[in-house]
Write a protein that binds this ligand. Structure first.
Ligand code: NAP
Ligand code: GCO
Length: 261
């Protein structure tokens, strides 16, 4: 085995919703591994902030304003990236939202909004990018799944339905396009310290204690915990890994939970 298989030198990677959070960490790791970085966000001000944040890390990232639920914007962004860089080798469907509302209080429109961003959008973006990957004879798609791809919990019905569906979309893309040397895998982060989970991590919040008791590592994950697994799945080192969801959860899925002392 050649360690160069883990390199992303010369690759072009598009990480959706990557101005900050998990997407930003994954894109930064890809840059360290040699890739050119492209990202998008809904608002120009966030794209500008993202470009500045990447620059602070010494990364020349290209940002686009693109709502991943909007097919026209996704198609236009895909064409713009290919026009500028000639190809898209790696796609990370990272953009996502969550609404924590008890199901009986959740409006159907709120449920649809979560499904739209967390499940329909990875379909839309993958569908836009796959033709160029087929033409190039290779491609890597990484869908950011979740503990909720496997488990439910109160108040996250839409998010769990979306992330469960995203696991199966991952397997289906692998099944349909593996013949073109396209590998589609998922990363299932555990509970990670990002803006999305900030409401759950306020000091003394019962959920904070709960997650520590459910995590053998006895800590919240950091976005940096996801970087190595993401580089692996984006690299030639994983060319025979397809349709797999790699859980980076500190052991949550393996653990019944800390027994009461
Ligand atoms: P985050 O901090 O809330 O960031 C989400 C990113 O997605 C933001 O940049 C957001 O942009 C962008 N986004 C949302 N809707 C979009 C749209 N329609 N078009 C384009 N961009 C959009 O979330 P995170 O914690 O980094 O999570 C990133 C991914 O990991 C999500 O898919 C999430 O479900 C998943 N995940 C997170 C955890 C965790 O513990 N944090 C665990 C497992 C999985 P705006 O700021 O403009 O909204
Ligand atoms: C929640 C959290 C989780 C994490 C992540 C876990 O409210 O339960 O937000 O859903 O975001 O998806 O893997």
């Amino acid at each position: 085995m050649d360690m160069k298989d883990f390199s992303l030198e010369g690759k072009v990677a598009w990480v959706t919703g990557a101005s900050y959070g998990i997407g930003f960490a994954i894109a930064s790791a890809f840059a360290t591994a040699g890739a050119k970085i492209v990202f998008n966000d809904i608002k120009q001000e966030l794209v500008d902030k993202g470009v500045a944040a990447y620059k602070e890390e010494g990364i020349e990232a290209t940002g686009y304003v693109c709502d991943v639920t909007n097919e026209e914007q996704v198609q236009a962004t895909t064409e713009a990236i290919i026009e500028k860089f000639g190809k898209i080798d790696i796609l990370v469907n990272n953009a996502g939202i969550i609404k924590r509302i008890p199901m009986l209080e959740m409006k159907a429109s709120e449920f649809r909004q979560v499904i739209d961003v967390d499940l329909n959008a990875p379909f839309i973006v993958s569908k836009a990018v796959i033709p160029s990957m087929i033409k190039n004879g290779h491609g890597k798609i990484i869908n950011i799944c979740s503990m909720m791809s496997e488990l439910g919990r109160e108040t996250v019905s839409a998010y769990a339905a979306a992330k469960g569906g995203l696991k199966m979309l991952t397997r289906n893309i692998a099944s349909e396009y593996g013949q073109y040397n396209i590998q589609c895998n998922g990363i299932g982060p555990g509970y990670i310290e990002t803006p999305q989970t900030a409401p759950l991590r306020t000091p003394g919040h019962p959920f904070n204690e709960f997650i520590l008791a459910k995590t053998p590592a006895n800590r919240w994950g950091k976005t940096s915990d996801l970087q190595g697994p993401a580089v692996f799945l984006a690299s030639d080192a994983s060319n025979f890994v397809n349709g797999h969801v790699l859980y980076v959860d500190g052991g949550i899925l393996a653990y019944i939970g800390k027994q009461p002392q």
